[in-house]
Write a protein that binds this ligand. Sequence first.
Ligand SMILES: Cc1ncc(COP(=O)(O)O)c(C=O)c1O
Length: 401
Amino acid sequence: MSRNGKIPFVDLVTMHRELEDELMAVFKSALETAGFIGGPAVEKLESEFAAYCTAKHCAGVGSGTDALRFALTAAGVQPGDIVLTSPLTFIATTEAISQVGALPDFVDIDALSYTMNPEELRNYFENKCSFDRWTGRWIHKTLGKPVTGVVPVHLYGQTADMDLILESAGKYNLTVIEDACQAHGAEYFSKKENRWRRAGSMGQAAAFSFYPGKNLGACGEAGAVTTNDGTIAAKVRVLRDHGQSKKYYHEVEGYNGRLDAIQAGILQIKLRRLDRWNELRLECARYYNKLLAPMAGIVTIPHQPSWSRPVYHLYVIRTANRDELQNYLSEAGVGTGIHYPIPIHLQAAYASRGWTWGDFPVAEAAAEQILSLPMYSGLKAEQQERVADVIAQFETSCAAR
Ligand SMILES: Cc1ncc(COP(=O)(O)O)c(C=O)c1O
């Protein structure tokens, strides 16, 4: 509990206080060498993070959004293509698709895992598309554009059901870019390969965000692309640096999307602790599951499929009286969040696309009922007990009405 008895939704202050000496040394060394952008610190982080994700390559970039944007372009998505993703995600996923000139479209989620429903992905092609024999591409029947990519989002620290998504990607000729921005270290059991696979190693490429609140977070903006494809990695390196592979020789127009050396140094220090932090998050999730079990009537705990080893970036419960419960917790000093209150297809930013309520009913129903409880590696058992007590009090107050 914080000194004022409140339980924050996330506590980034304590974690950084514990690492202060090591982090300050990174700043000091950057000042002494004036090595601020790129250089050995970035390269070292890239090789360590690639190894962590069991991917062959990693390219550090400016943010998770940059990572998605560069990965899509480097993997060959073209302006005018349609790229599919989940309607229950952060808008950066669809921003990136639009910003490479493609058109985002959605496949509804699975009601239990909140990640892309692979059956709906298949239905999308069987019902909404037709195969064009001349180009070998699947064309959306009403939009008249080729569907060339899919961005499964590994939401809340849990991967999407990748075997089936990859199977469809093979069948319908799709580029797969994992949105792993919330899933550093999450694992998926591939029945097809009979082994656990890490987020960031399964698609043609994957995007990670190192936004400060992520399981692996910088002290500012940062991100990375991981891939097993050397050509994609090389293209991302060019795109992130104004399209140049050699100073002032620009192969293409690119972006200012580089990772700075201070963030890379900070991320190296934190990466060494990531497995331990993820374990602590898992322990917290298990304890919440236990504490909330008696309230199964009003609260649904997160579903963990047998194929998933999640890293609990968020601990998301589901309840019919979500807004009331959130207010009740807030009045009791417990911070919560909603990830996300409005599915992307219903956001004002996409009004011109004409989507409406009922288009993706599973995501819409989830968005009305999900609530993220406090979750971070330093969360204490007594804080969790207090959160559960407040939820129990809320249950009693509902029953008394
Ligand atoms: C699912 C998802 N995708 C993409 C992003 C974008 O990452 P960034 O904020 O680093 O650009 C985020 C970050 O919140 C995210 O949660």
